[in-house]
Structure formats: structure tokens, C-alpha cells
Design a protein around this ligand. Structure first.
Ligand SMILES: Nc1nc2c(ncn2[C@@H]2O[C@H](COP(=O)(O)OP(=O)(O)OP(=O)(O)O)[C@@H](O)[C@H]2O)c(=O)[nH]1
Ligand SMILES: [Mg+2]
Length: 353
């Protein structure tokens, strides 16, 4: 090939040598690699296996650039998205926050309350942002507002769009820049390398998603990701509790509310995730008998052997399972016990909704 070029969809260097590696094209002059073509046209998940970008390397490359950082945060995965030490990683660059997928949260959550929640979580994590925009519906109706904010905040600099894998970075850029043809998919790690796009006299970089190793989402196979991904807003499922109760979420997690007098547990997860309710004292027996047949499960070490505990909190509390969703508990109880696979983390927070 005469000159090294990048795939317009995923940013991988184009090459004609190795059909199994990133950036493979069949004919000279093609601008979209075979993997992107297959993802776009057939939703082919077999092509996802090429090696992914290293998250630390992504952050350190951005740190060396003279850019405004547009940090994309998936509202369905806020806890994994609020990266500890973000400013340190980014050498204190100015950060503008775009929170995506608003359309997946229930309408009953007002915008003011949502912004208040975001600002308070950002403060708690020590993340200072110069501006916040909340978008839904693939950012289609918010492009004017986002462009204006970028131009005010960038102070003559280029722009790098950064965030967790699957947060909606490439989707946002496709909406902002009609000339962009970035590959988007429901699976994490679609974008493989930095992808510079010329836009309104500056360069905007799409970047590979950052990986959170202990996120449930990262440990599922593509079919389960597709199954558990939301197509429309969460439809909350509520359970009234009058005694200690356990819930088993597919084969992914169990959550037990101990010492309950009266409480309501509301689950914000995909309709496709089965929620099995049982008395707390029957949980172990249930899992012993039925765990093998439960679906979905994480790929490696699926047994629910890691335990998280929280004491009663005098406010509505969410137990968050990353991008899978969360359960909100309100009422009178003594303790929350959560069991997940060894490699997975859960988070407790003041309720979002
Ligand atoms: N419902 C909804 N889905 C969205 C929105 N924005 C993005 N998505 C979906 O989120 C998934 C991931 O989007 P991408 O744009 O590929 O995410 P990314 O951050 O570029 O992901 P990587 O390249 O893997 O890091 C896709 O299925 C998008 O359709 C939104 O505002 N609403
Ligand atoms: Mg992308």
C-alpha cells in the first residue's frame, strides 16, 4: 500500500497481510476494514476478537495531547464510568462531560434531579468538569448545544473524545459530524485505535474505550451482552418485602436484604434478565440445586463466591451491577449482602432515581 491509512470506522491501521488482524482490507483503496464492514452490515460478533487497545495506553496518549477532553459517560453505567484519578490520568486537562443514553432512564426521573445526582457523584469522586450535557436518542437532538459548548471550552485546542468502552463515543461523533462514518456496535471495544477526524477547522479524535476489568459487562459473551442491553427505557420491577429476602439475577449475582421489617426493592435491569425471588434462608440451597442451569453467566469462574455487604443506610440506596443495572432499596432493613463472581465488583450509592 502506498501510504499508511486508518480505517474510517475503527481507527485501526489498514493492512492487506493478515485477515485475522485489525484493519484488514481486501483491495487497495478500501477505507473501511473487513471487521467494521461485518459489524456494520451483519452484526457479526465473531470479528470482535482482534486485540483490544490497552486502557492505560489510551489515557497516557491523551495525556500527552494538547486537547479539550470530551468525557463520555454512559448513564446506565455511571459507577464504572467515574474513573478514579481521572484528572491525574489526563494531566489536569479541561474536561467536558457528555452523559449519554438518557432515553434509557425512566421519564419519571426529572432532568434537574439527574443533573444534581451527576454533579454530586462527580464531586464525591473529585472530578471537576467545565461543562455537562445530558443526551439521549443517540445525541441526535443535542448536536447544536454540544457543538456550542465544545467551541467555548476548547480554547483553540483540538478535541479528544474519551470514555469507557461502549459509552457512546463514536455514536456521539457520528451525530456531531455528518461526514463521520464511525463504526458503532452494542459490544464493547468497537473502536480499536485513535481515529482523527477533520471538523470545522480542528481535529477531533475518536478513541478506543477504556476497559474496566471487574465490570460484569466486560466478562459476558456477545450473545449475553445483546440479550441484556436495553432497546428501550428500563421498566422497573418492584417487590414489596416484609421479611429477609434474596433475589438471584440470572446466573450473575444474588442480593439479599437481611432483617427487613418493611421495604421495597425496585430492579432497573433488562426485561430479559430473570429475577428469582426466594426467602433469604433458602438462597444457598437454591443456588446449590439450580446454579448450573441459570443463565447468563460470566465466561470465567462464574460461581457467586465474592461477597459485598452494606449496613442499613437512612436513604434510598442503589446496589449497582455495572451496565447490567441496579436495584434500589427503600425502607427498613438491617443489611444488604451481595454475591457475585470473584472477578466482578459491585457499587453502593445514594439512589439515582
Ligand atoms: N439508547 C441509546 N443507545 C445509545 C446512545 N448512544 C449510544 N448508544 C448505543 O451504545 C452502544 C455503544 O455505542 P458506541 O458509539 O459504539 O460506543 P463507544 O463508546 O464508541 O464504544 P467503544 O468504541 O467500544 O469504546 C451502541 O449500541 C449505541 O447504539 C443513546 O443516546 N441512547
Ligand atoms: Mg467507539
Amino acid at each position: 500500500m502506498s501510504e499508511l491509512k486508518k480505517c474510517v470506522g475503527c481507527g485501526a491501521m489498514l493492512q492487506m497481510q493478515d485477515p485475522e488482524a485489525a484493519g484488514y482490507i481486501v483491495k487497495e483503496g478500501q477505507t473501511l476494514c473487513r471487521r467494521c464492514y461485518r459489524l456494520k452490515h451483519y452484526g457479526d460478533t465473531a470479528v470482535l476478537k482482534v486485540s483490544k487497545a490497552d486502557s492505560d495506553e489510551v489515557l497516557s496518549r491523551v495525556a500527552k495531547m494538547d486537547v479539550l477532553v470530551v468525557y463520555v459517560l454512559d448513564l446506565c453505567d455511571v459507577e464504572n464510568g467515574l474513573l478514579p484519578g481521572l484528572h491525574r490520568h489526563l494531566m489536569n486537562k479541561d474536561v467536558m462531560l457528555v452523559a449519554t443514553k438518557r432515553d434509557l432512564l425512566p421519564d419519571t426521573l426529572g432532568n434537574d434531579k439527574l443533573l444534581q445526582f451527576l454533579r454530586s457523584r462527580l464531586r464525591e469522586e473529585g472530578i471537576e468538569v467545565k461543562g455537562v450535557v445530558v443526551v439521549g436518542d443517540h445525541a441526535k437532538n443535542s448536536t447544536g448545544m454540544i457543538k456550542d459548548m465544545i467551541h467555548v471550552l476548547r480554547k483553540g485546542k483540538d478535541v479528544a473524545v474519551v470514555g469507557m468502552a461502549n459509552a457512546g463515543k463514536s455514536t456521539l461523533l457520528n451525530a456531531l459530524m455528518p461526514s463521520a462514518n464511525l463504526t458503532v456496535s452494542p459490544y464493547p471495544h468497537t473502536t480499536l485505535d485513535f481515529n482523527p477526524i477533520a471538523w470545522e477547522g480542528i481535529t477531533v479524535y475518536d478513541t478506543p474505550g477504556i476497559k474496566v476489568e471487574d465490570s460484569l459487562w466486560e466478562q459476558l459473551d456477545p450473545e449475553s451482552i445483546k440479550l441484556l442491553g436495553l432497546k428501550s427505557a428500563y421498566k422497573p420491577r418492584s417487590f414489596q418485602l416484609t421479611s429477609s429476602q434474596s433475589f438471584v439475577l440470572g446466573g450473575l449475582a444474588s442480593v439479599t436484604f437481611m432483617g427487613v421489617k418493611e421495604a421495597t426493592a425496585t430492579f432497573y435491569v433488562s426485561d430479559n434478565l430473570n429475577i428469582h425471588r426466594t426467602k433469604a434462608e433458602n438462597l444457598s440451597e437454591y443456588l446449590e440445586k439450580h446454579f448450573d442451569e441459570l443463565t447468563p453467566k460470566v465466561l470465567v469462574e462464574p460461581r457467586l463466591t465474592k461477597k459485598f455487604t452494606s449496613r442499613f443506610q437512612p436513604y434510598k440506596t442503589d446496589v449497582v451491577f455495572g451496565q447490567i443495572g441496579w436495584v434500589c432499596i427503600q425502607g427498613s432493613y438491617e443489611r444488604i449482602d451481595v454475591n457475585v463472581p470473584q472477578t466482578v465488583d459491585v457499587h453502593f450509592r445514594k439512589a439515582m432515581i
